[in-house]
Design a protein around this ligand. Structure first.
Ligand code: AMP
Length: 283
């Protein structure tokens, strides 16, 4: 028998459920998503279920983290059609609020995201992390769970959330889970569904480029610029349409590394056709 989650749309109802569970001493886990659930999301749910008594998955495509001209409309239309596939997620509760309920008439308060939001995605997607920080804090207030689970796939996002939680004394434990990949290495992403089969093939260069960086690092290469050159070469050879960034940075501050003498994270953002993909690899 599949384990069917209870679907809740009202913030007042989800708050009551969380408080009642916590009064009984239950540990509540939260997994925020934008729907279009895939195995990457499900791995977060599995981690939550392992360590929590109740797991809540939220599905909300947050308009404030998409800039004008980005794929908000397409995302909502193509990927999150209703609540399809949540029956199998294994969560106890799915919270799927309406946009009007989350951003009520006259909403004008936003979280100023921490400094770690400024490079990389912050440069390429101005306003993105303000939208992310705002919705994540709002979800944490609507659903005051004990612990929230995020994927390392969105590496900079995990740093932004950890820093925000520390800076604003938010009483939420943050757990970061490993990136789930397709058998050939492509990081799972809702946006992979936009790729044509030819683009899907080319997109592999992103994971290959990160793997090459890891291999060069493991072999003792100390020059960041040599590794970056090799990473770009792999992307360009595969015909990746536009590279937003290829970076080797400090895992905490995201400051560019010159020498690879300490732990480093490699990150890539690039377009394959019209689809923007991101991925990363700790070295
Ligand atoms: P999204 O629906 O894209 O906003 O993602 C919701 C959560 O799932 C975020 O914490 C993501 O980092 C995480 N996630 C997305 N893709 C993956 C993946 N391939 N592996 C692990 N976590 C992921």
């Amino acid at each position: 028998m599949p384990h069917l989650p209870k679907v809740v749309t009202e913030p007042s109802e989800i708050l009551q459920i969380v408080r009642a569970a916590q009064r009984e001493g239950k540990r509540v886990g939260l997994v925020p998503t934008m729907g279009a659930l895939h195995q990457g999301h499900l791995s977060l749910v599995e981690s939550a279920c392992e360590s929590c008594d109740i797991t809540i998955v939220t599905i909300f495509v947050n308009p404030t983290q998409f800039a004008p001209g980005e794929d908000f409309e397409k995302y909502t239309r193509k990927l999150v059609s209703g609540l399809a596939n949540v029956d199998d997620v294994g969560a106890d509760i799915v919270f799927a609020p309406n946009t009007d309920e989350i951003y009520r008439q006259g909403h004008s308060t936003y979280v100023e995201p921490p400094a770690v939001s400024l490079p990389l995605e912050g440069k390429c997607r101005p306003g993105h992390f303000q939208g992310v920080a705002t919705i994540v804090l709002k979800l944490f207030l609507m659903i005051p769970a004990d612990v929230a689970f995020f994927g390392r796939k969105d590496y900079q996002q995990t740093l932004v959330i950890r820093r925000m939680v520390a800076d604003l004394n938010v009483p939420m434990e943050i757990v970061v889970c490993p990136t789930v990949r397709e058998p050939d290495g492509l990081a799972m992403s809702s946006r992979n569904a936009y790729l044509s089969s030819e683009e899907r093939q080319r997109s592999l260069a992103i994971a290959n480029s990160l793997q090459k960086a890891q291999q060069l690092y493991a072999d003792g290469e100390k020059s960041a610029s040599s590794v970056l050159t090799e990473m770009r070469r792999i992307l360009e050879k595969a015909g990746i349409d536009r590279i937003d960034y290829v970076a080797l940075v400090d895992p905490e501050t995201l400051v560019d590394r010159e020498d690879l003498t300490e732990p480093t994270v490699a990150l890539i953002a690039a377009y394959v056709g019209a689809t923007r993909l991101i991925d990363n690899q700790p070295l």
